[in-house]
Design a protein around this ligand. Structure first.
Ligand code: ADP
Length: 296
């Protein structure tokens, strides 16, 4: 399938160990095995990201499967968010940030000169750690993306409802759509941000620790929602919570950081596998040490 990214309609805006240690994730917590479909939506090949001269993460290669949830885990500072942002060119917005290697979306180079980064971010949306609704009404938060990207919308009310239903928020807000998004609880605000993201009909949703500012009940709701979203979208989530990765994801990428002779840390991908396998039968000793709590 060829999906052009060059739209310009946007207007204003590895060795298994013999002794199995205790894994901190119970098998019942593991998400069901990955669905049979293995179509790849995005692919990173030898991706390194620099901030100025500092190579924050090096040589990352992995394929993001369609309609599945891919989790990125690993100790703080190993480059998970950096790699996540490289998928939709969010690092472009950081002065001095530079990406080498290749990132493709349906086989097309996301960083090619004629690709519009705004269109990339519409197709590959992002939800952040801290819920960040605009200081606008719930309705206007959701309608914002379609309006500024010049999307052709036959009925905005229907689109807003559809996005809020899709984000499992409609029933809680349908009678107060004119209320400020900032008046909602933290969990509701995060679901509003998800509604805002899906309103522009992306294909991929990136989530950078979307539950870390939320209480357990709100976290539960977002995790349930992620499962629903994966039926329509491809999800990539950074989480510092291994249990969460095990519960929700089909595939997991484990990152760590190497320290070079000058004492600088460089993130790298250690292992990428189906979540069940990575948590029960990791191939690399470093993965095993991390998931068994020996470091990190
Ligand atoms: P993680 O998500 O695994 O915690 P990050 O991707 O946030 O890791 O960071 C990886 C490395 O890149 C860290 O050393 C961090 O300090 C550095 N880094 C992240 N963002 C920036 C930035 N905007 N400018 C400079 N360095 C950054």
């Amino acid at each position: 399938m060829h999906i052009p990214l060059r739209f310009q309609e946007v207007t204003d805006m590895t060795t298994a160990t013999s002794e199995r240690p205790t894994v901190h994730v119970a098998p019942r917590d593991l998400a069901p095995s990955a669905p049979a479909s293995t179509a790849t939506v995005m692919e990173l090949s030898k991706v390194s990201v620099y901030y100025g001269n500092y190579q924050a993460v090096r040589d990352t290669s992995l394929a993001i499967p369609q309609n599945q949830i891919t989790a990125m885990i690993g100790p703080s500072g190993c480059g998970k968010s950096t790699i996540l942002r490289s998928l939709n060119r969010m690092n472009d917005l950081i002065p001095g940030a530079r990406v080498t290697g290749s990132v493709t979306y349906h086989g097309q180079d996301v960083y090619a000169k004629d690709v519009d980064p705004i269109e990339v971010r519409r197709r590959i949306g992002m939800v952040f750690q801290k819920p960040n609704p605009f200081p606008k009404s719930i309705y206007d938060n959701v309608a914002y993306g379609p309006r500024v990207t010049g999307m052709t919308v036959s009925n905005m009310d229907d689109l807003v409802e559809e996005a809020l239903v899709g984000a499992a928020l409609w029933d809680e807000v349908k009678d107060k759509l004119k209320t400020s998004g900032l008046a909602l609880s933290g969990g509701q605000q995060q679901r509003l941000c998800i509604a805002r993201t899906i309103a522009v009909r992306p294909e991929v949703i990136l989530m950078d620790e979307p539950c870390s500012a939320l209480d357990p009940i709100a976290t539960n709701k977002i995790e349930d929602l992620m499962h629903q979203l994966a039926q329509t979208y491809t999800l990539v989530i950074v989480t510092h919570n291994m249990q969460q990765a095990a519960r929700i994801s089909h595939h997991t990428a484990f990152f760590t950081a190497d320290v070079d002779a000058a004492g600088e840390r460089h993130g790298r991908l250690v292992e990428f596998d189906q979540t069940g396998r990575l948590f029960t039968n990791p191939k690399d000793k470093r993965t095993e040490d991390y998931i068994t709590g020996r470091f990190g």
